[in-house]
Design a protein around this ligand. Structure first.
Ligand SMILES: *Cc1c(COP(=O)(O)O)cnc(C)c1O
Length: 373
């Protein structure tokens, strides 16, 4: 299918090309180089995180967080069920056991009440929680932090979709012991592909750095006492990231404006739908504008197909982990919320280059579709 309007394509409109050509001139293409360090410094400054490690994927960041925290085979790791599989892969890489927690309707993110009942019900104490701020909207992070603290559970934030989202004036991903950012192709900023691990503990972050470069000892020849991974970001990718990050506030402002346009242009049917909420005391980045239909006659998959015929890419909401065949035998604590969201919701095109007339067009197609239901 050739789309005219994509869900969330990259948008390059700053210094990216110049920085990449600086990289070519210096011949520090890869691995590492000055832009990798600069990207880490810039992310630290923007998120106010004490430590940052640039990696080739957000998934790698989550993996290193678990590895340096000593999470291993048989350990229980709790996770948001309403998320993308990238949140969960790292748990499997470590041979740990994921246990899924459902969402609540006022945040669409992890339900703190359900988290507490899960902790109380499990026969074995969970070691960690991977908390996703889905679609760039903040989870109830203070309540969740409190519960984790009280029960000695390590909090890891999956902020892959939430760069530029703040809760109580603090950046998402700056609350947990660790957090992961992603710069994959369709995220709010991209390097072509990349990620970042943020963390509070300097020593553990240094360990993560060590594992991310094949665990090589500091010797003139390659000496290995332990095994690692090839997880670092190339200098070329970092140069793109530095250029993208310079525009993060404009990008967030634009995505929030797109969201506002959808809200306005769909206001005739506002009784039939609900947009993903923004919880009090937070500013989401509205990475994707998402909504769910309250009217069960409206089938989001049929709407996705209808829009696709017009060259417009949209997507159902993430299918919750506890409904994935892969996790058929996994434990989960559910209340029906994320299943309901999956069955009734849709992600709308939200790329930063969209204009008001694009949103009006998409909205009028949605209105036509709804009339036919
Ligand atoms: C994109 C994403 C990831 C993984 O990031 P990659 O950089 O693609 O490895 C993890 N979790 C969530 C919620 C994501 O959206």
């Amino acid at each position: 299918m050739a789309f005219k309007i994509f869900l969330s394509p990259p948008q390059i409109c700053g210094q990216e090309q110049r920085y990449v050509s600086d990289v070519f001139k210096s011949n520090y293409i890869a691995p590492l180089g000055a832009f990798v360090n600069r990207f880490e410094e810039d992310i630290k400054a923007y998120t106010r995180s004490p430590n940052a490690l640039a990696l080739n994927a957000g998934t790698a960041a989550l993996h290193l967080a678990l590895r340096v925290s000593g999470i291993r085979k048989g350990d229980i790791v709790l996770a948001s069920s309403f998320t993308f599989i990238g949140s969960i892969d790292a748990i499997l890489y470590q041979g740990a056991i994921p246990v899924f927690i459902d969402s609540d309707l006022d945040s669409w993110n992890l339900d703190p009440k359900l988290l507490l009942s899960a902790i109380n019900a499990l026969p074995k104490k969970p070691k960690a929680l991977i908390l996703t701020h889905l679609y760039g909207q903040c989870a109830k992070v203070y309540e969740i932090m409190e519960i984790c603290k009280e029960h000695g559970i390590l909090l890891i934030e999956d902020a892959a979709e939430s760069l530029g989202a703040f809760y109580d004036g603090r950046h998402s991903g700056s609350f947990g012991e660790f957090s992961a950012l992603s710069f994959n192709g369709n995220k709010i900023i991209t390097c072509g592909g990349g990620g970042m691990l943020l963390g509070k503990d300097k020593e553990k972050m240094e360990k993560a750095r060590f594992y991310s470069t094949q665990a090589r000892e500091n010797l003139p020849y390659y000496e290995h006492l332990d095994y690692g991974y090839n997880y670092r970001l190339s200098n070329v990718c970092a140069a793109i990231g530095v250029g993208q990050l310079e525009q993060i506030e404009q990008k967030v402002a634009k995505r929030r404006e797109i969201f506002k346009w959808y809200k306005e242009s769909l206001s005739q049917i506002e009784h039939k739908l609900e947009f993903m909420p923004e919880i009090p005391n937070s500013r989401g980045n509205r990475w994707l504008s998402t909504l769910r239909f309250l009217d069960y006659k409206i089938n989001p998959l049929a709407l996705v197909n209808y829009l696709a015929k017009e060259g417009i890419e949209s997507r159902p909401l993430w299918k919750p982990m506890h409904l994935q065949p892969l996790f058929r035998d996994s434990k989960s604590f559910v209340n029906g919320v994320s299943q309901k969201l999956f069955e009734s919701g849709i992600c709308l095109p939200s790329g930063g280059a969209l204009e008001k007339n694009d949103i009006d067009l998409i909205s009028s197609l949605i209105l036509d579709f709804i009339k036919s239901c």
